[in-house]
Write a protein that binds this ligand. Structure first.
Ligand SMILES: [Zn+2]
Length: 305
């Protein structure tokens, strides 16, 4: 676990799940002064690291009022149930479509095992969240946090149907989850976060929705902050369109996923940084890029029918 002070009343914990290549990958944001909130919870397997991170930051556990979940995938929401045992006053804020899966994660867990296999087992099975501690948040709901923050819920389907982003109306900070893709700042690597089933129209519309906020900074779930929200979001939108073209064309020629990966590496400059990553992080990103290609392939094939 590693903690980072980002700005006044805002920190990030790299929860470092004990999975190969998963350091510098899962960022949980901690914000507020007296009334506090987390954005995302990380997977079940790093719940203890997160609690240690809160201790290191000197946070009183009673002061945490909310855990805002960008979505319910197990690398973001898996630790929520466990964390609530340590945070007596916290409630979990989630998209209305995700609420029932927090209360009873059976289906979510089955689905995760099916799509991620061993990688789901390593993250661990989420604990149930008591229904009275779940807040299903509609589009536009505002959550004030003391005088410091005023978080607006923005529904941003695309990465998942139950994805939301959080925009601080005071400072203009945007907590985008995976709605703006995944960004590895140290090598300037930006990639789509588009697992199947992908509705590309929703993914692109959500980016437009975020662009309209004119944010002063973007805070990626994977991974970390960037000052230039507009440029990054715009670049990501163009990237998604480029992927649609490149993958459509490749499929015409009967390309396999690894061929498509090579074509994207040749045509998409935003992927250049991949080669500079250490081997375990390269393998992690390769896995998720193949997964993201799968979303586009499914989308393109559906268009044809
Ligand atoms: Zn994720």
């Amino acid at each position: 676990m590693q903690t980072y002070h980002l700005s006044e009343h805002l920190s990030m914990i790299d929860v470092q799940p004990p999975i190969s290549g998963w350091d510098e990958f899962v960022g949980v944001y901690v914000l507020g002064r007296e009334q506090m909130a987390l954005i995302d919870a990380g997977p079940y397997c790093s719940a203890g690291n997160l609690i240690n991170g809160l201790d290191e930051l000197g946070i009183e556990r009673e002061n945490v009022s909310y855990i805002f979940l960008t979505h319910i995938h197990i690398d973001h929401a898996g630790a929520a149930g466990e964390l609530l045992q340590h945070l007596p006053n916290a409630r979990v804020v989630v998209h209305p479509r995700g609420a029932s899966h927090l209360a009873n994660p059976d289906k979510l867990w089955e689905g995760s095992l099916k799509t991620l296999g061993d990688l789901a087992k390593k993250q661990g099975r989420p604990q149930n969240v008591a229904p009275e501690r779940i807040i299903a948040a509609e589009e536009g709901t505002i959550f004030p946090l003391g005088d410091e923050f005023e978080l607006e819920v923005i529904h941003t389907p695309g990465h998942a149907a139950h994805h939301m982003s959080f925009f601080d109306r005071r400072s203009g900070k945007l907590f985008a989850g995976e709605a703006g893709g995944a960004y590895t700042a140290k090598v300037d690597l930006l990639r789509p976060a588009t697992p199947p089933p992908l509705l590309l129209e929703h993914y692109l519309e959500s980016i437009d929705k975020l662009l309209r906020r004119d944010a002063t900074g973007i805070y990626y779930a994977h991974y970390g902050p960037d000052e230039d929200a507009r440029t990054k979001l715009q670049r990501h939108k163009e990237q998604a369109k480029l992927w649609r073209e490149v993958i459509s064309e490749a499929l015409e020629h009967g390309a396999e996923y690894e061929d498509i990966f090579s074509k994207l590496m040749a045509e998409d400059a935003s992927l250049n940084g991949l080669k500079e990553l250490p081997k375990d992080q390269y393998q992690r990103e390769h896995y998720f890029i193949i997964n993201a290609i799968g979303g586009f392939v499914g989308y393109i094939e559906k268009q044809k029918t």
